[in-house]
Design a protein around this ligand. Structure first.
Ligand code: BGC
Length: 442
C-alpha cells in the first residue's frame, strides 16, 4: 500500500470558507458576502464574516499543518482582496496577506498550490452581469496575470477555477449558491465565460514565462448505471456529457459535448462562442485537478436523458452516498478518457459531524474508514497506471460549508465556531501517519 516516491500529501481550503475579516485589509465585497447576508440563503443563517478567522490565525494554521507533516497546501485567493472592484485599482494590503501566508508555508517546507477562483466573485463584477458578461473572463485573466507577476517567484502550482460545474449550475441555474440566479440562458453564458476565463488565464501564465504548472479543478462524481441495461449505460454517458465532459472536453481540445449544446439550444439558451474561443480554452495545461466526493447512480429519464436513481449505499450528512470506491473508479475512467494526464486530487474528503466526546477527543470514525477506502481505491488506480501525483484532503479544518453554513463538518481539525479553537481529530492523526509513511500500511 506504498504510494509512488515523491507523491505529495496535503489539505485544501478556500478563502470565503475560512478567512473571515471580510471588511479588513481593504477587501472589496464578494457575491458570497451579498448572498450569505440575504435571508434564508444559508440554512443556519450564518455567514463567512468571521468563518475560521484564518485571516488573523494563518500562522497557527500553518504551524498545525506542519505538525501534521503536510507537504503541500491548496488555498484560494479572494479576488476582492486583490482587486476590490474586480479590476482597476489594486489593493496592496490584500496581496500582502497572501505574501505573508506563502512565506509562512515556504518557511515550513509546505508547497503552496494557489486556486485563483473558488467562487467569491467581486460583487462589482456581478453588478455588470458576473460570469454571464464576457468582460468577467477578461477581468479574471487580468487578475490572474497580476498574481502570476507578483507571486510567481514563490508559487509554482496554480489552479484557475474551482469546480465550474458547481458555481455555474448551483449559482445560476438552481439558485442555491451565489449569485442565486435561476436562468438557463445566463447559465450557458456563465459556463462559456468561465471556461474562456480559464483559457485566457492559462495563456497569461505562459506569457509570463516564469515556469511552474497550471491546471483546472473540476467537480466529479463517478457515474454508475442503476442496472445492467443498455438504456442505463446510455444514461451514464449523458450524465458524463452534462456534468463531466462539459468542463473537461473543451480543455482537452474537444469542444463542448453536442448533446449539451443541443439541450440548451432547444430551450433558447446559447453558448456565446466567438471565433478563437475554443482554441483559447484548449490552451495546454500541465495537470488535471480532480475533486470527488461520491458516486451517482443514474437511470434514463428527464430532459437531459439521465436522472438519479435511488441510492443503495448508506448516506452521509450531505445527502450523497458513502462510496469510497468512487475515487479509484473515477480516476481510472478520467485517465483513460483524456490520455493519462498528470492528476492532482485537489479535493476529496468526508462530511462527518462528530463532536468532541466528554474527554474532548473527536473520534471521527466514519471519516477515517471512508478516507482509507478512498485512498485504497486511489492506490489501485495508480497501480493500474493513472498518473496521480498529489492528494489534498478537504479540508484542513471545519469551515463555512456554503449554503449549509456551519452545519456540515469536513475538517480533519475540529473548529469550535464559538471560540474558534482548533482541535485535531482522530482522522488528522491517521492522515498525518499516512502522509509520513507515504503508505496506507500504518
Ligand atoms: C467545494 C468545497 C466544498 C466541498 C465540500 C467542493 O465542492 O470545492 O468548497 O466545501 O466540496 O462540500
Amino acid at each position: 500500500m506504498q504510494f509512488p516516491p515523491g507523491f505529495q500529501w496535503g489539505t485544501a481550503t478556500a478563502s470565503y470558507q475560512i478567512e473571515g475579516a471580510i471588511r479588513e485589509g481593504g477587501r472589496g465585497v464578494s457575491i458570497w458576502d451579498t448572498f450569505a447576508h440575504q435571508p434564508r440563503r444559508v440554512i443556519d443563517g450564518s455567514t463567512g464574516d468571521v468563518a475560521c478567522d484564518h485571516y488573523h490565525r494563518y500562522k497557527d494554521d500553518v504551524a498545525l499543518m506542519a505538525e501534521l507533516g503536510m507537504q503541500t497546501y491548496r488555498f484560494s485567493v479572494a479576488w476582492s482582496r486583490i482587486f476590490p472592484m474586480g479590476r482597476g485599482g489594486v489593493n496592496p494590503e490584500g496581496l500582502a496577506f497572501y505574501e505573508r501566508l506563502i512565506e509562512e508555508l515556504l518557511a515550513k517546507g509546505i508547497q503552496p498550490a494557489l486556486t485563483l477562483y473558488h467562487w467569491d466573485l467581486p460583487q462589482a463584477l456581478q453588478d455588470i452581469g458576473g460570469w454571464a458578461n464576457r468582460e468577467t473572463a477578461t477581468a479574471f485573466a487580468e487578475y490572474a496575470a497580476y498574481l502570476f507577476e507578483k507571486l510567481g517567484d514563490r508559487v509554482t502550482r496554480w489552479i484557475t477555477l474551482n469546480e465550474p460545474l458547481i458555481f455555474t449550475m448551483y449559482g445560476h441555474r438552481l439558485g442555491v449558491m451565489a449569485p442565486g440566479q435561476k436562468d438557463l440562458g445566463i447559465t450557458a453564458r456563465a459556463v462559456h465565460h468561465a471556461m474562456l476565463g480559464h483559457g485566457l488565464a492559462v495563456r497569461a501564465f505562459r506569457a509570463n514565462g516564469r515556469g511552474g504548472e497550471i491546471g483546472i479543478t473540476n467537480a466529479n462524481s463517478s457515474f454508475e448505471p442503476a442496472d445492467g441495461s443498455p438504456e442505463c449505460a446510455r444514461a451514464v454517458e449523458f450524465a458524463r456529457d452534462f456534468e463531466t465532459r462539459l468542463f473537461h472536453d473543451p480543455v482537452f481540445g474537444r469542444g463542448y459535448p453536442a448533446s449539451v449544446l443541443k439541450f440548451y439550444a432547444e430551450r433558447g439558451a446559447h453558448f456565446p462562442i466567438e471565433p478563437g474561443d475554443m482554441e483559447t480554452i484548449a490552451a495546454p495545461t500541465d495537470f488535471l485537478g480532480v475533486n470527488l466526493y461520491s458516486r451517482q447512480l443514474v437511470q434514463p429519464g428527464g430532459p437531459t436523458g439521465f436522472t438519479s436513481a435511488a441510492p443503495t449505499l448508506p448516506l452521509l450528512p450531505m445527502g450523497y452516498e458513502a462510496a469510497p470506491h468512487s475515487l479509484g473508479d473515477f480516476v481510472r475512467w478520467v485517465s483513460k478518457e483524456y490520455g493519462n494526464p498528470v492528476i492532482y486530487i485537489t479535493e476529496n474528503g468526508v462530511c462527518d459531524n462528530t463532536e468532541p466526546g466528554p474527554d474532548g477527543a473527536i473520534d471521527d470514525t466514519t471519516r477515517m474508514v471512508l478516507t482509507r477506502g478512498f485512498l485504497e481505491g486511489l492506490h489501485g488506480a495508480i497501480a493500474d497506471g493513472a498518473d496521480v501525483r498529489a492528494y489534498y484532503m478537504w479540508s484542513l479544518m471545519d469551515n463555512f460549508e456554503w449554503a449549509f453554513g456551519f452545519t456540515k463538518r469536513f475538517g480533519i481539525v475540529h473548529t469550535d465556531f464559538e471560540t474558534l479553537k482548533r482541535t485535531p481529530k482522530a482522522s488528522a492523526r491517521m492522515y498525518a501517519a499516512i502522509a509520513r509513511a507515504n503508505s496506507l500500511d500504518v
